[in-house]
Design a protein around this ligand. Structure first.
Ligand SMILES: C[S@@+](CC[C@H](N)C(=O)[O-])C[C@H]1O[C@@H](n2cnc3c(N)ncnc32)[C@H](O)[C@@H]1O
Length: 195
């Protein structure tokens, strides 16, 4: 599907489910590249989970760099986006596409026999989805991470930082102007309990 078709589909889905889609346009290539820069692709047998890939701007940047033995699991709850993702990425053998909610990510990983997660890349609009869903996602995400895992998300404001800090240690916060709207990339890890 072309970029223009992706944009039209995205806008249509936004008007259909504004709070779940949370943005009127897919993320820019620039934002996507800055997100993906957090991933060390030199590591062997990488396991990356992508939350809410939408039309796949982050996915496109990730699949280019995957090696044999790496795994990328996409979790998306919108049926139309799932159809689009299957069409675009089904040929990548490292990739699994799941239709479901990331608030069930722990169960989804168990069903897919994934025991360790290196990176979680998130497109979930935490500012517009129901608070209880956000809390479920925070708890589930914490439970699938180990001390080396990174949770990388973007937000259009820093409003949710206080909530993120209840669950994770903030490793970095980067402002990205070249996106509509401009955004913050927030990279987090599990609290180091030994400190
Ligand atoms: C702001 S869009 C981001 C899409 C894409 N990552 C991007 O940056 O352009 C949010 C995406 O999260 C998906 N989403 C929202 N809540 C979700 C949930 N609980 N589980 C899975 N996907 C969800 C929406 O359907 C949408 O595709």
């Amino acid at each position: 599907m072309s970029k223009i078709k992706d944009h039209i589909e995205f806008i249509y889905q936004f008007f259909n489910k504004p709070s779940l889609v949370g943005a009127i346009m897919p993320s820019s290539k620039f934002l996507a590249r800055n997100i993906v820069n957090f991933i060390n692709f030199k590591r062997k047998n990488l396991v990356i989970i992508e939350y809410g890939p939408g039309t796949g701007p982050f996915t496109s940047e990730i699949v280019k760099k995957l090696k044999d033995g790496d795994k990328l699991l996409l979790i998306e709850q919108n049926k139309k986006f799932i159809e689009n993702l299957v069409q675009k990425y089904n040929r990548y053998q490292q990739l699994t596409i799941i239709e479901g909610s990331v608030s069930n990510v722990k169960t989804i990983l168990e069903e897919n026999k994934i025991k360790q997660v290196d990176y979680i890349v998130s497109g979930i609009p935490f500012s517009s989805i129901p608070k209880e869903v956000t809390l479920d996602i925070m708890e589930n995400t914490q439970s699938i991470m180990n001390n080396q895992s990174l949770f990388i998300t973007f937000q259009y404001s820093t409003l949710k930082l206080k909530l993120f800090k209840r669950y994770f240690e903030i490793v970095s916060k980067k402002f990205i102007l070249r996106n509509v709207p401009s955004a913050y990339i927030i990279c987090m890890k599990k609290f180091n309990l030994k400190k």
